[in-house]
Design a protein around this ligand. Structure first.
Ligand code: ADP
Ligand code: MG
Length: 221
């Protein structure tokens, strides 16, 4: 499902930054995995490679049936339609309602309006926000905004959901709510991979954990 083989990432510059060094990891279909490590250890870089926002300097990466090294400009959007991504800062469109934000991936894909309505309402209900479907993001709490972002990431039924510090902007109890929601998503069959530097959160859930430090995997359960 996800495979990194001898992956390296160097950011070129006056002083090159060796952000990832010899990353080897395999995540199977249906797994729920945390990626932990201090700030600057390479978590976001790893997730950027994983979502084809950037390429490894060397080594290979496979996600689902895609070999990310070989994707061309046309294939990258096709690949992204098979994954769901959520971020620390939610990244919702302010001028669109909850419904409209969640509908976006299906509109881009060209689904029919009736299909869009059915699927969007279903997923908004699953994240517990049906009553807020016509509200704008600014009128929602942080936890609610992240649930909208999760709905948007799941609406096209991706095989894998990756979340880069999804609870970084949330209070501890809201953080737990979000992880519990992702846990439910996983229980329904989606592979979930979460980057976080929050050790308390990782401790609260005994799930597979990959630890990264200074660009290298130092521990993997
Ligand atoms: N675009 C970039 N250009 C140069 N260096 C970068 C860039 N993005 C991240 N880095 C560096 O790469 C290292 C890993 O960063 P990052 O992947 O963001 O770690 P984390 O998400 O764990 O905080 C850090 O030293 C960071 O400063
Ligand atoms: Mg980061």
């Amino acid at each position: 499902m996800i495979e990194f083989m001898h992956a390296y990432k160097v950011y070129q510059g006056a002083v090159p930054v060796h952000a990832l060094k010899n990353i080897n990891l395999t995540i199977d279909k249906g797994e729920f995995v945390f990626l932990t490590g201090p700030s600057g250890s390479g978590k976001t870089t790893l997730f950027r490679l994983l979502s084809a926002y950037d390429r490894p300097s060397s080594g290979s990466i496979k996600v689902l049936n895609f070999s990310l090294n070989d994707l061309n400009a046309v294939q990258v959007p096709t690949f992204r339609r098979h994954i769901g991504v959520i971020y620390q800062d939610f990244r919702l469109l302010k001028r669109r309602t909850v419904f409209e934000n969640v509908a976006l991936p299906l509109e881009v894909r060209g689904d029919r309006p009736r299909q869009i309505r059915e699927q969007v309402e279903k997923i908004i209900d699953q994240v517990g926000l049906f009553h807020k479907r016509d509200d704008y993001p600014d009128h929602l709490s942080g936890g609610e905004q992240q649930r909208v972002a999760i709905a948007r990431a799941l609406v096209h039924k991706p095989g894998v959901l990756i979340a880069d510090e999804p609870t970084g902007n949330l209070d501890p109890h809201l953080a737990k709510e979000i992880i519990s929601l992702l846990d439910k998503v996983n229980a329904q069959g989606t592979t979930v991979f979460i980057a976080t530097h929050d050790h308390e959160l990782v401790k609260a859930y005994s799930r597979r954990t990959i630890q990264i430090a200074d660009g290298q995997i130092v521990k993997s359960s």
